[in-house]
Design a protein around this ligand. Structure first.
Ligand SMILES: [Ca+2]
Length: 268
């Protein structure tokens, strides 16, 4: 792990790619660790100021998004606080909200580029080692833009594959399927990914055994199938990505369809 300050963003990216960074020695190499490491090693922010509860806590305490929620209370010396509609620049720190469909536990990553609409090319950690990947902007809270950053020459080529030792989960694609369980009135599972049912129009469906396929997602009420999906795609402590009531479940499905349509024809 780097111990001296990187002179610019490009040097920092080159230095940390493929590393596992765990600056606090807690819960392994999380997305938060990369943010803290970047802020201290590349931007000169003191370590204490990078902690989630440094400038306030509240309902999202301990989650990465809490850094953004309280940024105006203490981080403005080093960062400009920008909303999700701002045009991102290399070196901006992007935050995603707790409970967002693709980042259930919130997320933070460092923007390197914005190659296409609704996608940010980021330096990101967890799942897996520090890598460069395209992340969907759904659930984006906004950015912390460093007040003093030298970009240098940044190689933002996506990480093609991770070595087995760099993987925490079997799948390391930019976008993995997510699995959502409806808690009522009867159990049902949704597996969402933009490539699922890409041939279907929004609202159209196709029966496929115990599974019904829609644009951007598929559903089943078969317990064995649903729990197998949850197991297969489980991250962290295991289980489905989210477990939600009917309204939340339907909102996730609608979002999955919108995402699939939005990404159709793009370079994925
Ligand atoms: Ca950690």
């Amino acid at each position: 792990m780097a111990t001296s300050r990187a002179p610019n963003l490009g040097a920092y990216v080159a230095r940390v790619r493929g590393d596992y960074i765990d600056v606090d020695g807690q819960v392994g190499a999380q997305c938060w660790d990369l943010w803290s490491h970047y802020a201290t090693q590349c931007l000169g922010v003191p370590s204490w100021a990078t902690y989630t509860e440094a400038f306030g806590d509240g309902p999202h305490v301990w989650f990465a998004c809490d850094v953004y929620h309280h940024a105006r209370a203490g981080l403005t010396k080093w960062f400009e606080v920008l909303g999700p509609g701002a045009a991102p620049r290399p070196g901006d720190v992007a935050f995603w909200e707790l409970g967002s469909a693709w980042y259930r536990d919130s997320h933070v990553a460092i923007v390197l580029d914005a190659p296409r609409p609704r996608m940010l090319r980021c330096l990101t950690q967890n799942p897996g080692a520090v890598q460069i990947a395209d992340l969907i902007t759904d659930g984006l809270l906004g950015y912390l833009r460093p007040r003093a950053l030298t970009a240098g020459t940044v190689n933002s080529a996506k990480t093609k594959t991770l070595r087995a030792s760099q993987k925490l989960t079997p799948e390391e694609d930019d976008m993995k399927p997510t699995v959502h369980r409806r808690t009522g009135p009867a159990p049902e599972w949704t597996r969402a990914h933009p490539d699922i049912g890409a041939d279907l129009a929004p609202g159209a469906k196709r029966a496929d055994g115990k599974v019904t396929v829609f644009r951007g997602y598929e559903v089943t009420t078969d317990v064995a199938t649903g729990t197998a999906w949850a197991r297969t795609h489980a991250r962290g402590l295991g289980g489905e990505t989210s477990s939600t009531d009917r309204a939340g479940y339907m909102a996730i499905q609608a979002q999955a369809t919108r995402l699939s349509v939005a990404l159709a024809g793009k370079d994925r």
